[in-house]
Design a protein around this ligand. Structure first.
Ligand code: ADP
Length: 259
């Protein structure tokens, strides 16, 4: 028996397959094409192939993510909040707070000791403080977004990025680079800026430890470190953070099927 979760995001489609016990991760896939593309279909095909399964061998499936309404083939559908919480708790069983930074929004999710959601906050109005901000800056710097964290780590004096709007920050970054600022300092400033924005959102809610990150931006160690400093809290990190929504969806399919 296998349980399948699909997370159709704004930039990336993710899949996870869990085994019969609802905890063993059998296979995952990640395709950098999200809503409105063939990314979801490809992610499903890749995860099934990685697990050596046919679609008929999947007992139940669930879909989540911003693009979930466009996918009609799943047995269940659930919000990103629910699925990120379920996925995070599977990897970090005691986690009480989750900061999810994806391609177009950021969310802060609070859980009680039993894992039930008891609060959330979201920024989906402004690209600053989301992966979109980092994608725009990486394009200016002609770097893959995955390289920003390592570049930032070389900085000894992060540049101050004062603009709170992505469009103005873009001009500010170009102007700093053209006035001779070190690339690594500008990149560290960019990462810190995302962390400061997210911390501003997170501080509006009581954050209980343990705290973890989910979403694609969690892979950026400079953002994680700056966010941890801003909040004065340790941040748990798993390399599967970007897959937490998909893992949570698979877990939900398992729970529903069991009932
Ligand atoms: P969505 O579900 O909206 O597609 P994700 O949670 O998948 O969002 O996160 C996508 C964002 O994560 C991208 O916009 C990008 O900025 C960031 N990202 C993706 N991969 C990496 C990586 N390897 N290192 C750092 N950041 C990454």
């Amino acid at each position: 028996m296998y349980f399948f979760g699909l997370d159709i995001g704004s930039t990336t489609s993710k899949c996870a397959i869990l085994g019969e016990d609802g905890t063993r991760l059998v296979a995952t896939s990640l395709v950098t094409a999200g809503i409105g593309t063939a990314g979801a279909e490809q992610a499903v095909a890749e995860a099934l192939a990685a697990a050596g399964l046919t679609p008929e061998e999947v007992s139940a499936s669930a879909v989540t993510g911003y693009g979930r309404h466009s996918w009609k083939k799943a047995d269940y559908e659930a919000s990103e909040l629910t699925c990120h919480a379920l996925g995070a708790r599977l990897v970090f069983p005691d986690v009480r707070s989750i900061i999810d930074i994806g391609g177009q929004d950021a969310k802060v999710i609070s859980l009680d000791a039993a894992g039930r959601m008891n609060g959330f906050l979201m920024n989906d109005k402004c690209a600053a403080g989301t992966g979109r901000f980092l994608d725009v800056m990486a394009a200016i710097l002609q770097l893959p977004v995955s390289a920003l964290g390592d570049e930032a780590a070389k900085s000894e004096k992060p540049a101050a990025i004062s603009s709170t709007c992505t469009v103005f920050a873009e001009s500010e970054v170009i102007s700093q680079l053209s006035s001779g600022a070190k690339r690594e300092d500008v990149i560290a400033g960019i990462c810190r800026s995302v962390a400061v924005r997210t911390a501003g959102l997170a501080k509006r809610q009581v954050l209980n430890a343990p705290l973890c990150m989910s979403g694609g931006v969690a892979a950026n160690a400079a953002v994680r470190q700056a966010l941890s400093e801003e909040l004065g809290m340790e941040i748990l990190y798993s390399e599967q953070a970007q897959l937490f929504g998909a893992i949570g969806a698979a877990r939900l399919a398992w729970q529903k099927h069991r009932k």
